[in-house]
Design a protein around this ligand. Structure first.
Ligand SMILES: O=C(O)CC[SeH]
Length: 412
């Protein structure tokens, strides 16, 4: 039997590689296999690829190439940046933070309750082992965002870092990073005798969907994740004026000195070549990507409402908040339609009820965290469209959802 048509709407989980990215990887496998640290031609060719990729990644986020360090992916990048803040705080806390109660004896982090596990669990672990204290600022049920004043009012003398994701992977809601950085700059200027509070954003879900510019955002650190924008499963971090003491970076690994000793280990040249090509495509096409994604996602939401009328609840759509152009978090209201059951009854649609790294059989903690009622959250579907998604694909998905819902509601 011919393979039945499948429509993939889980691009926030991961994306396929663009053909040009595959080409760059394949070429590098056969042509730039040398050790980039070697001084002979084979090494020089490999190093040239890495330097070019670094420039492309930097261009993609409006950064200097000297401020980019390649990593194995978003999890390593987020861990490295948070661990850096701990070490930065302890170096500056050698004489302890002035004043304050016992809370000020530990480096303090401020984050949201929306973060990916590679931020959330790192901070929970630091708190549990007594290395740091953490304030998880709850996002607003009215906006799906953290409130800027709630974030800033959590600041203490011992606060060393604020880390908030740029866009949420489940709702698509874009967080107010630029506003946080503008107000934090003023606060840092007034914190005369206290160390600067560092600002990090995990941009994994935003890059390749909206324009991301580190100067516009005003962040000190930013995390890049290749497999979210049609690149390979490696990543990079941005560190403002890397090497300047104002914004430190401490290695988690020690070894052969690669990546200026910040991230040693013989470079994964072929994957870095792919990441650089994916970044180059984003630089060239981001407006086109963004327009296509929002056109198809908006068409999807129109068709969902035509098919299911007032039973549709859009969990990531807020009147005053921007969201990613490709993400639709939707619940079809009914006591028989848990999201995972709907997906199990779909024949064509490939999607998720929330983050791939979370259980697919329980309501999303993120939706519950922004105040979505449990009866609505358990019916959620996270539909995320991609560069190749067409309106015909959406029409097929709508028909597939209608038949799946009929099956569940009428026990067909
Ligand atoms: O949101 C996703 O599915 C990727 C992170 Se686990």
């Amino acid at each position: 039997m011919a393979d039945e048509k499948k429509v993939y709407l889980d691009y926030n989980a991961t994306t396929p590689l663009e053909p040009e990215v595959i080409g760059a990887i394949t070429s590098s496998l056969t042509e730039e296999w040398g050790n980039p640290s070697s001084s002979h031609d084979a090494g020089v060719k490999a190093k040239k690829v890495i330097d070019e990729a670094r420039c492309n990644v930097a261009n993609m986020i409006g950064a200097k190439s000297s401020d980019i360090i390649f990593t194995s992916g978003g999890t390593e990048g987020n861990n490295m940046i948070i661990q850096t803040a701990v070490k930065y705080a302890y170096h500056d806390m050698s004489n302890g933070y002035p004043g304050g109660d016992n809370r000020d004896k530990l480096p303090h982090f401020i984050t949201s309750n929306l973060e990916h596990d590679s931020v959330k669990l790192v901070l929970e672990h630091l708190a549990e082992e007594g290395t740091a204290s953490v304030t998880f600022v709850p996002a607003s049920s009215k906006t799906g965002q953290v409130d800027v004043d709630d974030v800033l009012s959590a600041i203490r003398p011992s606060t060393c870092m604020i880390t908030v994701m740029l866009a949420n992977n489940e709702t698509g809601v874009i967080q107010p990073i630029k506003l946080i950085s503008e107000k934090l700059r003023q606060i840092n200027q007034s914190r005369k005798s206290l160390p600067k509070i560092l600002l990090h954003t995990d941009a994994a879900q935003a890059i390749g969907k909206i324009e991301v510019d580190v100067e516009d955002l005003g962040v000190d650190y930013l995390t890049v994740v290749g497999h979210k924008f049609y690149g390979p499963r490696i990543g990079a971090i941005y560190v403002r004026n890397l090497g300047d003491k104002d914004v430190p970076l401490y290695p988690m690994l020690y070894g052969g000195g690669q990546e200026r000793n910040y991230r040693p280990g013989t470079e994964n040249t072929v994957m870095i070549a792919g990441l650089g090509k994916a970044a180059e495509l984003v630089v060239k096409n981001i407006i086109c990507y963004k327009n296509h994604l929002s056109s198809v996602r908006d068409y999807l939401e129109i068709k969902l409402q035509e098919a299911f009328k007032d039973r549709i609840h859009l969990n990531g759509k807020f009147a005053t908040s921007e969201r990613l152009p490709n993400t639709c978090n939707v619940s079809i209201l009914s006591d028989k339609l848990q999201g995972h059951k709907v997906l199990s009854n779909c024949r064509i649609l490939q999607a998720s009820i929330g983050a791939a790294c979370h259980s697919q059989n329980r309501p999303s903690p993120i939706l519950l965290a922004i105040g979505v009622p449990e009866s609505v959250a358990r019916n959620a579907l996270r539909l995320s469209v991609g560069r190749e998604t067409t309106k015909d694909d959406i029409d097929c998905v709508i028909q597939d959802l209608i038949q799946a819902v009929n099956q569940l509601e009428n026990h067909i």
